[in-house]
Design a binder for this molecule. Structure first.
Ligand code: HEM
Ligand SMILES: [Cu+2]
Length: 558
């Protein structure tokens, strides 16, 4: 296959600024088309939004420390609830995991100089900060959207209209961003690998991004459609979701969950990709089951599109449909289990280095097994009907989102920070961060399951006093999580300026991004690299002759 022509120099696209081989700090605040700059822009903004969303969580938990509504007004509680969920999903995990890691790593991992469509890439990023500004504006123009991150009608059509409209606009913007980004990832991975790299010699992170992008392309337009229809109902007198005028509220739920169920895989597949890179490097072993991991990403992507109704078991879903969607939901556990099995088998007998990146990866495994199991319980319609809209659900999805996505993003940051910045993060501080996060996550989200089983409803600012003790425990956990980010943000800022120089390959890793300078020069390489060994050929004699999972490398494909 011919190498796609990417000979346009970023310097030319910048209007002849004439940068030699390094960007200046102010370049990061401009419409820059270098994939590495865009990756860093995504990461830094998403980490800022993470603080905002986290701050809202802390305010909510402070309110919930006591049964009465004595800290926030109920309206304000609803607004924080809605925007916490929205920000955490759409402005934190998705942009960090997909936009940040995807943009920074993909071209480097496949030996390309940039993404296929650099300008489109920059546009995709620059839709995000305005979306955040629109959400912020919704707070000042009418107190913020209040109907939850799902914004089901009729509630969303009878609460304050202006903030709800702004909320829809913000989601359309981030949705558009994610569609543009996905097209770019797919074309880049398809067309721009170094000529010597066959599909099955690609790092698993790239496979994960293929699955993620396909999923985003199928699902996101449906979300955008739901947002447009909702916006029309609220502002222009249509009645798509107004039962008294011939509309149907359940249609909204179908549209919303047709996107938002797959969205959980959008968030977790890139993280799985990060796991598949971090674990072999720090366990010094070839990944176990390369193909099984690659194909299970695609299977998750496919099956994930057929399970959305498990969010609607209580919305009058016909019994036969409940059976179908229970079964399809439980089937997703199989490819996920295959991945977990492969990572554990990779760890087995490895020379494990307990770096912070590795600690977060192993922490993720334990959290994800727990969150995955509670997910399986919820996938079964009878149990789901019992605990629907209780704190059991809140406990489950935070185990997956905090214990899965957040741990994975942290693990990736500790692993690739040296590549991104050229400096090492401080390891002892990283371990403090890990311990606080691990304890905080367990303390915050485990008791929620008990609360839910006992019947505490979600999305309330006030609750029955019998739930007070467990709620205090949860709030203490949330404060620990709030404190846990301090060593991390401090570490990042301090190490970025003063950390130990990293050199090109501090972990002795074998994927291609580690063959260039840290941070990589503009356009990534002086001379494009040639593939000499698979991405995970650790601990093998003559590792230059083995493929991804340790087998001999087939003759180059060109
Ligand atoms: C310090 C960590 C966190 C705490 C203490 C926390 C706390 C909360 C609380 C109290 C709720 C309201 C639950 C309800 O009444 O239904 C909530 C909802 C939610 N949280 Fe978190 N959260 C944290 C982190 C995260 C993260 C990292 C994510 C995602 C990446 C996330 C996503 C959500 C979502 C999607 C909702 C649902 C919002 C809705 O029902 O509209 N949270 N969280
Ligand atoms: Cu789901």
């Amino acid at each position: 296959m011919a190498q796609a022509d990417i000979s346009i120099k970023p310097t030319e696209l910048q209007g002849g600024h004439g940068h030699p081989d390094k960007w200046k700090w102010y370049d990061y605040f401009t419409f820059n088309v270098d994939h590495k700059v865009i990756g860093i822009q995504y990461l830094v903004t998403s980490f800022l939004f993470y603080l905002v969303g986290g701050f809202m969580a802390v305010l909510m938990r402070t309110e919930l420390a006591t049964p009465n509504s004595d800290f926030l007004s109920p309206e304000l509680y609803n607004a924080f609830l809605t925007n916490h969920g929205t920000i955490m999903i759409f402005l934190w995990i998705v942009p960090a995991a997909i936009g940040g890691f995807g943009n920074f790593l993909i071209p480097l991992m496949i030996g390309a100089r940039d993404m296929a469509f650099p300008k489109l890439n920059a546009i995709a990023f620059w839709l995000n900060p305005p979306a955040g500004a629109v959400l912020a504006a919704s707070f000042f123009l009418g107190g913020g959207a209040q109907s939850g991150w799902t914004s089901y009608p009729p509630l969303s059509e009878i609460t304050a209209n202006l903030p709800q409209t702004l909320w829809c606009v913000a989601l359309i913007m981030v949705g558009t961003s994610s569609i543009l980004g996905s097209v770019n990832f797919l074309v880049t991975i398809w067309k721009m690998r170094v000529p010597s790299m066959a599909w099955d010699q690609m790092p698993l992170f790239c496979w994960a991004m293929v699955a993620t992008s396909v999923l985003a392309l199928f699902a996101t337009p449906v979300l955008a459609a739901a947002m447009v229809l909702l916006l029309f109902d609220i502002n222009f007198g249509t009645s798509f979701f107004k039962p008294d005028a011939g509309g149907n509220v359940v249609v909204y739920q179908h549209l919303f969950w047709f996107y938002s169920h797959p969205a959980v895989y959008l968030m977790i597949l890139p993280i799985f990709g990060i796991m598949s890179e971090v674990i072999p490097v720090h366990a010094r072993k070839p990944i176990f089951g390369y193909k099984a991991i690659a194909y299970s990403s695609l299977t998750i992507c496919l099956v994930g599109l057929f399970v959305w109704v498990h969010h609607m078991f209580t919305s009058g879903t016909a019994p036969w449909m409940r059976i179908f969607f229970t079964i399809s939901t439980l089937i997703v556990a199989v490819p996920t289990g295959i991945k977990i099995f492969s990572w554990v088998a990779t760890l087995w007998g490895g020379k494990i280095r307990y770096t912070t990146a590795m600690l977060f990866a192993v922490g993720l495994l334990s959290m994800f097994v727990f969150g995955g199991l509670s997910g399986v319980t919820l996938g079964a319609a009878p149990f789901d009907i019992h605990v629907h809209d209780t704190y059991y659900v809140v406990g489950h999805f935070h185990y997956v989102l905090y214990g899965g996505s957040v741990f994975g993003i942290y693990s990736g940051i500790y692993h690739w920070f040296p590549k991104i910045t050229g400096r090492m993060l401080n390891e002892p501080l990283g371990k403090v961060h890990f311990v606080l996060t691990f304890i905080g996550t367990i303390l915050t989200f485990t008791p929620m399951h008990n609360l839910g089983m006992q019947g505490m409803p979600r999305r309330v600012a006030m609750y029955d006093p019998q739930f007070a003790h467990l709620n205090q425990l949860v709030t203490v956990g949330a404060y620990i999580l709030a404190v846990s980010v301090i060593p991390f943000y401090f570490n990042v800022i301090w190490s970025w300026m003063k950390g130990k120089e990293a050199g090109p390959n501090p972990w002795n890793a074998m994927t291609m991004e580690w063959t260039t300078d840290s941070p990589p020069i503009i356009e990534n390489w002086e001379v494009l690299p040639v593939l000499t060994h698979g991405p995970y050929a650790y601990g093998m004699e003559r590792s230059d002759e083995v493929g991804p999972a340790g087998e001999p490398l087939p003759a180059s494909r060109s």
